[in-house]
Design a protein around this ligand. Structure first.
Ligand SMILES: *Cc1c(COP(=O)(O)O)cnc(C)c1O
Length: 608
């Protein structure tokens, strides 16, 4: 790890979501989890969904596309009205959108009708915060006009408070919202699905038991992502966990210096004339993050005795005189962030985003279960695969198909062709809530074309897993294209290259590997596959490796590079399952022998 990083603890996000969802459920309220503070990271959305949110709410199209591309098919709410030019995308991709302008609603209705759809809208009412919303006096005439439109349905009514005008939600203003809702219901003769009483800032009212009856939806971001740090200042909601997102940065200088600058003072880099109290000589540290990456005023050092003094565009200045132990150059400092600081850090391309899970403790004995198609079973037996794994301290266990594998168990599957990877991954998908895939192969298997009479052509296996062929067998939501990486690619049909470019799958070609080296490629590949997942599957096809005199592997990885890739897998500790294809009766024995020793390397075989 180097450079500034936002570490995102998905376990905390899931637990915070569950805390909010369960409390809201007691009052008949369904929660939409707001991911805009996290740039629509699919891992975050999935953590919220595991925590029980009814849907995801987002303000930006880029983020919504990212969520949908990751196979998240939960209801998505668009939090911000679209520009006219993007109305079609709204109708196509989101289930409900917040609206307050008649002209845009009219355009939505027109386009939805043309597409043969009815789009659900939530009408926003301005109760005094002066951001978006219909002014209450205009509500009835607006609703009357919308009721004439066939392409939209008023699915709900909502309000937004505490954003621009810093107006607090109260029994009174939210009571007005409920009254407006009943008025709309009388007018339309239909009941509304949603009366949406705001965001995190409405939760304190709920906990005090003063949220007006009738409200049945909240759109919650901050309380889940930040543990209510800003929503619940005093008193905090103890059940929520802080620090789901933390910023860390490297310390690049530590020196004792005077607390007042020396010389004639002018303006700083941002046009201000700062004033410095004289506190004598103090130990100061500089961290490698600045105003270009984060809202410095929103940074709260987690270590005691550390104080933010200020920042320029890429230097953060800290007083560390009272820190115990004192920070050292090369160390790192961690910060809690305000919502504003988090937003900026998440959108800075200089800050790495690292979603992580609570690491499960796999200590104790390691277990492996082996399954193989008949031709492959012969090869595995000949190579004494089970015995060699036992010699490496694995328990080789039999696992019934339907059985849920114990945690820490790694599954090894071998078969005649690449379709075995689909079988193996489907089992991994049943055993985890999120996993990545390192596809070590000469082809991407993303061919969009179908072949008469073959249910799943080998060249389309990955396309099937991603649901790109619209057939059953997609492995979403557990497997997101953002967590798939191809290593060793050497052939791609133009149509396939297009599919690859449009997907969020990463690929390292032989050219990339020649240029960067296998070590670096695998470091990145493992990072991609483990980012926010519980671990990953490795799918290996012998064609990716160049075995002397074997035409199928010509131009591929060397045997040594293949071992290097597998050793990196073993070291990462992230292997959940592995599949090997190409194990047919006519595979040359020497190639099978090498392929099985690659498996051993992936399971951690070392020379010494
Ligand atoms: C951002 C936003 C929310 C979520 O706000 P939090 O304070 O993060 O809970 C809800 N509704 C709308 C319209 C928003 O823009």
């Amino acid at each position: 790890m180097s450079g500034p990083q936002v570490a995102i603890d998905l376990g905390r996000i899931e637990r915070n979501a569950r805390t909010v969802v369960e409390r809201c459920a007691q009052s008949g309220i369904k929660v939409f989890g707001v991911t805009k503070g996290m740039c629509g990271m699919p891992q975050v959305a999935r953590a919220m969904l595991r925590g029980g949110v009814a849907g995801i709410a987002e303000s930006r199209f880029e983020n919504i596309r990212r969520l949908r591309d990751s196979g998240i098919n939960a209801p998505i709410m668009l939090l911000r009205s679209p520009p006219i030019a993007r109305v079609e995308e709204v109708v196509r991709t989101v289930d409900i959108s917040l609206q307050s302008e008649l002209s845009i609603i009219r355009e939505i209705a027109r386009i939805a009708e043309r597409m043969g759809r009815v789009h659900d809208i939530m009408l926003m009412v301005d109760l005094g915060d002066l951001r978006e919303g219909i002014w209450p006096n205009d509500l009835v005439p607006t609703v009357e006009q919308i009721l004439e439109m066939k392409g939209v349905r008023i699915a709900g009514i909502g309000t937004n408070l505490g954003c621009f005008g810093a107006i607090l939600p109260t029994e009174e203003n939210l009571g007005q919202l409920v009254a407006h809702a009943y008025k709309i219901e009388r007018l339309s003769g239909k009941s509304l699905d949603w009366i949406s009483g705001g965001a995190s800032s409405s939760l304190p009212l709920l906990l005090e038991g003063r949220l007006p009856a009738g409200i049945n939806n909240l759109r919650v971001g901050e309380a889940i992502l930040q543990g209510g740090l800003e929503t619940f200042r005093d008193p905090p909601w103890e059940a929520l966990e802080l620090d789901a997102c933390r910023l860390t940065a490297d310390i690049i200088e530590v020196k004792k210096k005077p607390s007042r600058p020396i010389g004639q003072s002018g303006y700083d880099a941002f046009g201000n004339q700062p004033v410095f109290p004289d506190e004598g000589d103090r130990l100061r540290a500089i961290a490698n993050i600045g105003r270009e990456d984060v809202l410095v005023e929103g940074l709260m050092p987690i270590a005691k005795g550390v104080r933010v003094l200020g920042a320029s565009s890429d230097h953060l200045l800290l007083d560390v005189q009272d820190a115990d132990p004192p920070p050292v150059v090369g160390g790192r400092l961690a910060f809690r962030m305000s919502y504003g600081a988090m937003l900026l850090a998440m959108t800075s391309e200089y800050v790495e985003k690292a979603p992580m899970h609570d690491v499960e403790d796999y200590s104790g004995r390691k277990m492996v279960s082996i399954s193989a198609e008949p031709s492959a079973a012969g090869i595995l037996a000949r190579e004494a695969t089970g015995a060699r794994l036992e010699a490496m301290n694995f328990d080789v266990v039999e696992l019934a198909d339907a059985e849920r594998p114990p945690s820490g168990l790694i599954r090894l599957t071998a078969g005649a062709d690449r379709r075995i990877a689909h079988t193996a991954l489907a089992a991994t998908a049943r055993a985890t809530h999120s996993f990545g895939l390192i596809w070590i192969d000469s082809i991407a298997a993303l061919m969009p074309e179908e072949i008469e009479g073959i249910d799943l052509p080998e060249a389309s296996v990955l396309a099937r897993m991603l649901g790109l062929d619209h057939k059953p067998g997609a492995l979403q939501p557990q497997l997101s294209p953002e967590n798939i990486v191809i290593v060793g690619l050497r052939h791609a049909d133009p149509a396939e290259a297009r599919v690859l470019a449009d997907s969020r799958v990463s690929a390292f070609t032989m050219t990339d590997i020649d240029a960067t080296g296998m070590g670096e490629v695998m470091r990145e590949a493992i990072h991609i596959a483990s980012s926010g997942t519980q671990g990953f599957h490795v799918a290996y096809a012998p064609e990716v490796t160049e075995f002397a005199g074997w035409a199928a592997g010509s131009g591929g990885l060397t045997v040594r590079e293949t071992h290097q890739a597998m050793e990196a897998v073993a070291l990462s500790g992230g292997l959940l399952s592995m599949s090997v294809s190409g194990f047919t009766a006519d595979l040359e024995p020497r190639i099978a022998t090498d392929a099985v020793s690659f498996v051993m390397s992936a399971f951690g075989k070392r020379i010494l």
